[in-house]
Design a protein around this ligand. Structure first.
Ligand code: ADP
Length: 610
């Protein structure tokens, strides 16, 4: 029992912190005290920087109270005393965790009210120059964002904009009414040494406008801030600046970012959003448990910024700007504006170039393959011609025998004539002429045979197809009569000019005729082969070889052109496939059909020479 009690107590002890942390935490509160009123874009940016950081804080709720106390326009002990009472009453029941004080005047008041209103509340300041800070009463738990906002830097910007600068015109409200630049008044002697200073501080708007229109060459305006016409009317900061920029005859160096868009050339510009963001980050660190006294003040919120249109107007080159300057409102180059589109176009062009290269390479490979296949075809055709020549050896022998026999007979006759007492020399001369002619005939047969058997690459030239057919049929005539085949040739009138390789085309004709003679070997009589040449339309020639054989079985009509298809015991089956390759290489067509009356006909067409 005692043990169980011990466990329960132990368990409770373990759960205790969980129970405590599960209790809803009090929402944190930040009070932002701003010395300005709420009118201009500058203060809008500062607030949006603050809120951006605080609203994005995940998990913990932060309530932001804000007061814009309008100190530049309202002052005096009575006013500030009434403000103190007002704030005391207003926030009596609202505990504040961090106070953010914006502007030197505001920090000054906050520190003086602090002991009475928020004695233990840490303070984060913003929009304060280091020299301002040095002048204030030192208190604990105070930190914030320090600006390097000096007149010396404004003069540096003026020299960048006007390289031969000899005069500066200082334009703004009376120094004591200035929220951000009042400390510049003390800087004037040192910062402007060597320069003429035209003082246009604390004057009426109408006078300011007049004087800024008459400034000398080699001068620049250094603008702090004007918020009234000097006669009781208060303007929003941007409106006042617009009125001055309208008449100014020299470039205006400004200290606030929004004025760049309204005619200011630029300078070391306070970045309101960044100042708000930095201040909010410090406030958050404090809310997360850090002591303000342990967080050293951070610098930031000032940057050299320049307006491109104003640089153009005053002929200011980019190279003369201070290091790290940023240029606003610059027209984007074509590439900057259409970056993605340009990249897409470049990518498409590269892709296209790659594709073209690939296709060219493919074409090159195809050409190589075509040349290779023609070479193979020529080699095979050569083999086939050797075989055909073997088959036609009787024709060849006959063609040679004829002239050789005549030569022998003529030589013997001449011998006899010369042996006689009175040889008839005229007759001997005629006989010798006959011998010479027969010798030339035999030589021609051998020349043709050698040409036919020569291994030659595929080469075309303009030839007469009728002549090729005549030669081939003459060559076949002996073979035909030996095989009891009647060979007829009907040629179209005139010449049929085509571009072709004569040897290879002759080979096609020989293959077709020899095949026809083979096919008719089983029929006892009536073996006939008819060759025809004719025009086919106006642009092609058609050649046909018909026979009176058994024809081709209809299911084999297309197969006969396949390589190694043969129905013969000793056949190789390459004759027709070579014939087809040759005709295709001549850009022609070849096909087979059966005649209605029996027998096969092979046709091929070839384009006429242009
Ligand atoms: P091969 O003559 O060595 O057989 P080919 O390619 O020249 O090779 O011929 C292939 C086949 O086509 C022949 O075996 C034959 O069956 C058929 N053929 C070719 N020409 C004819 C024809 N005029 N009549 C009938 N069949 C033919």
């Amino acid at each position: 029992m005692v043990r169980i009690c011990g466990w329960i107590i132990g368990l409770l002890a373990l759960l205790a912190p969980i129970c405590v942390s599960a209790q809803p935490a009090r929402p944190h509160s930040i009070l932002v005290l701003d010395q300005s009123d709420l009118r201009g874009p500058f203060h809008y940016q500062l607030w949006s920087g603050l809120r951006g950081v605080l609203d994005a804080r995940a998990g913990v709720r932060v309530t932001i109270y804000g007061e814009n106390l309008d100190l530049p326009r309202f002052g005096g002990a009575a006013y500030t005393e009434s403000l103190k009472r007002h704030l005391k009453e207003k926030y009596r029941d609202r505990p504040i965790d961090v106070i953010v004080a914006i502007g030197r005047g505001m920090l000054e008041h906050t520190l003086s009210w602090r002991a009475e209103l928020w004695p233990d509340t840490p303070v984060v300041f913003a929009m304060l120059d280091e020299s301002d800070l040095a002048k204030l009463e030192r208190q604990t738990e105070v930190t914030g964002v320090i600006l390097d906002n000096s007149l010396a830097r404004a003069i540096k910007a003026a020299r960048a904009v006007v390289p031969d600068l000899d005069t500066v015109a200082l334009v703004g409200d009376a120094w004591e009414r200035q929220a951000l630049f009042s400390h510049w008044s003390e800087e004037i002697p040192v910062a402007t040494s060597g320069l003429n200073v035209i003082d246009i501080i604390g004057q009426k708007m109408s006078d300011i406008r007049k004087r800024v229109a008459e400034l000398p060459e080699r001068s620049a305006i250094i603008y702090t801030g004007v918020f009234s016409d000097g006669e009781g009317t208060f303007y929003p900061a941007a409106t006042a600046f617009g009125l001055i920029a309208e008449t100014a005859n020299r470039p205006i160096v400004v200290g606030a970012e929004p004025l760049l868009a309204m005619g200011g050339i630029g300078g070391y510009v306070l970045l309101a959003t960044e100042i708000g963001t930095e201040a909010a980050k410090i406030a958050l660190r404090i809310l997360n448990g850090e002591r303000a006294g342990d967080i050293p003040p951070v610098s930031g919120g000032v940057k050299p910024l320049f307006s491109w249109p104003q640089m153009q107007r005053w002929n200011v080159s980019e190279s003369s700007l201070p290091e790290g300057s940023e240029i606003r409102f610059r027209d984007q180059t074509f590439l900057e504006r259409y970056r993605w589109q340009s990249m897409a176009v470049v990518a498409a062009l590269l892709l296209q170039a790659g594709l073209i290269t690939f296709l060219l390479h493919e074409r090159h490979l195809r050409r190589d393959a075509e040349v290779e296949s023609r070479n193979r075809m020529s080699e095979l055709a050569h083999v086939n011609r050797n075989a055909t020549a073997g088959e036609l050896s009787s024709s060849i022998a006959h063609e040679l025998n004829q002239p050789l026999g005549s030569i022998l007979t003529n030589a013997e006759t001449a011998e006899l004539i010369l042996k006689s007492e009175n040889p008839d020399l005229k007759e001997v001369r005629e006989i010798l002429a006959d011998i010479k002619r027969d010798d030339q005939r035999a030589g021609e047969v051998i020349r043709r045979l050698r040409a036919f058997l020569k291994r030659t690459p595929f080469e075309t030239r303009e030839i007469d197809l009728n002549e090729i057919m005549n030669e081939a049929f003459k060559f076949l005539s002996v073979q035909a009569s030996g095989r009891n085949v009647a060979l007829y040739l009907q040629t179209a009138p005139g010449e049929l000019r085509i571009n072709g390789d004569p040897i290879q085309l002759q080979q096609v004709i020989l293959n077709l005729v020899v095949n026809s003679m083979d096919a008719m070997s089983t029929i006892p009589y009536g073996r006939t082969v008819i060759g025809r040449t004719e025009l086919n339309g106006g642009s092609a020639v058609e050649i046909s070889i018909s026979d009176s054989g058994p024809g081709i079985p209809s299911d084999k009509l297309s197969q006969v052109f396949d390589p190694f298809f043969t129905t013969k015991d000793q056949g190789m089956g390459i004759g027709l496939s070579i014939a087809r390759s040759i005709i295709l290489a001549h850009k022609g067509n070849i096909w087979a059909e059966n005649q209605t009356g029996g027998g096969a006909t092979f046709h091929f067409t070839l384009p006429l020479a242009a």
